[in-house]
Design a protein around this ligand. Structure first.
Ligand SMILES: [Zn+2]
Ligand SMILES: [Zn+2]
Ligand SMILES: [Zn+2]
Ligand SMILES: [Zn+2]
Length: 306
């Protein structure tokens, strides 16, 4: 026998033995078949080929094409249909979400451990503050006011220059009150002007209700890091350094709670300020915490201040 490409075989049996096999079902391939992208594997049908496709992390269907999305748990693959679903405010993943009163979407998984009550939320923030003091030596003597807010309230508080919205916010306010009073003696012949300058500083941390406990710990650590920075390196105004450091501190706290897996989000975050800032600070800290301290000290000295 002679094949169309000129090869010669003694029998049908030998010819058949020379045929390539489907990588999945081992069927002999003749006529048309599919090839893997790298050309190394062959498939008899689209059905066999489809077993090599990635599966959507939500509906589990195997699809040829889809979207990779970054969320709380790192990168995840979704089919086109699932990628269109509303994204959970907490883990940032598309899902069959429920709607909270303020319009935020929350996925069924996050809803399971969402912290809704103000007193529970504040207790968690205080616990994180204690932990950062004990384990990371990050403490301040600031009287921080903790406020639990919804999305509408938080959006109003976010400064315009800030890129995107965080799930929490640290706010520092300094008011300079000057009072001038006059004093006169009983006889009325001496009048002294008394100038009194009072500077009051207010520290507040706002957080959204409804985050999972894990996320709330991360967000609390991020905002508390801003507070610590305000006390330790007050002149640093560069957003990338500020947010990068806050994310870095939050990643350390995630690790303290045994949840390093949450740090994949920071590493992969495409935002220049948050992701870029984190990668920048983590890169400096890689050469040692002392190296990071030295950088921040110098950067603070060279910064113009707010
Ligand atoms: Zn097959
Ligand atoms: Zn899907
Ligand atoms: Zn979620
Ligand atoms: Zn921040």
């Amino acid at each position: 026998m002679k094949t169309s490409d000129g090869k010669i075989f003694c029998s049908e049996k030998c010819y058949q033995a020379s045929l390539p096999l489907c990588s999945v079902c081992q069927k002999m391939l003749s006529g048309s078949f599919f090839r893997s992208k790298d050309g190394k594997n062959l498939y008899c049908s689209e059905k066999c080929l489809s077993t090599t496709w990635p599966s959507c992390s939500l509906c589990k269907k195997k699809v040829k094409e889809g979207t990779m999305l970054i969320g709380a748990g790192g990168k995840n693959f979704f089919c086109g249909k699932c990628a269109e679903l509303p994204r959970c405010f907490c883990c940032d993943m598309p899902a069959k979400c429920a709607k909270l009163k303020d319009g935020r979407f929350i996925c069924p998984e996050c809803a399971k451990t969402a912290v809704m009550e103000e007193q529970d939320i504040i207790a968690i923030i205080k616990e994180v503050r204690l932990k950062m003091n004990e384990k990371l030596s990050m403490s301040t003597d600031h009287q921080i006011e903790y406020k639990v807010v919804d999305f509408v309230e938080l959006s109003k508080l976010v400064p315009e220059k800030q890129e995107g919205i965080e799930l929490g916010l640290f706010r520092f306010e300094e008011t300079n009150e000057k009072t001038i009073s006059t004093k006169s003696t009983i006889a009325g012949d001496t009048i002294t002007k008394v100038e009194d300058e009072k500077i009051s500083r207010k520290y507040a941390i706002y957080v959204l209700y409804g985050m999972t406990k894990d996320k709330l710990i991360e967000v609390a650590a991020h905002e508390l890091a801003h507070d610590w920075m305000k006390a330790s390196y007050p002149r640093i105004a560069d957003l990338k350094v500020k947010e990068g450091f806050a994310e870095y501190a939050a990643s350390k706290v995630n690790a303290l709670y045994g949840r390093e897996s949450m740090n994949g989000r920071m590493q992969d975050n495409p935002s220049d300020i948050y992701g870029g800032g984190y990668r920048f600070i983590a890169g400096i800290a890689k050469k040692g915490e002392d190296n990071l301290k030295a950088f921040l000290e110098k950067y603070n000295k060279d910064s113009p201040g707010n």
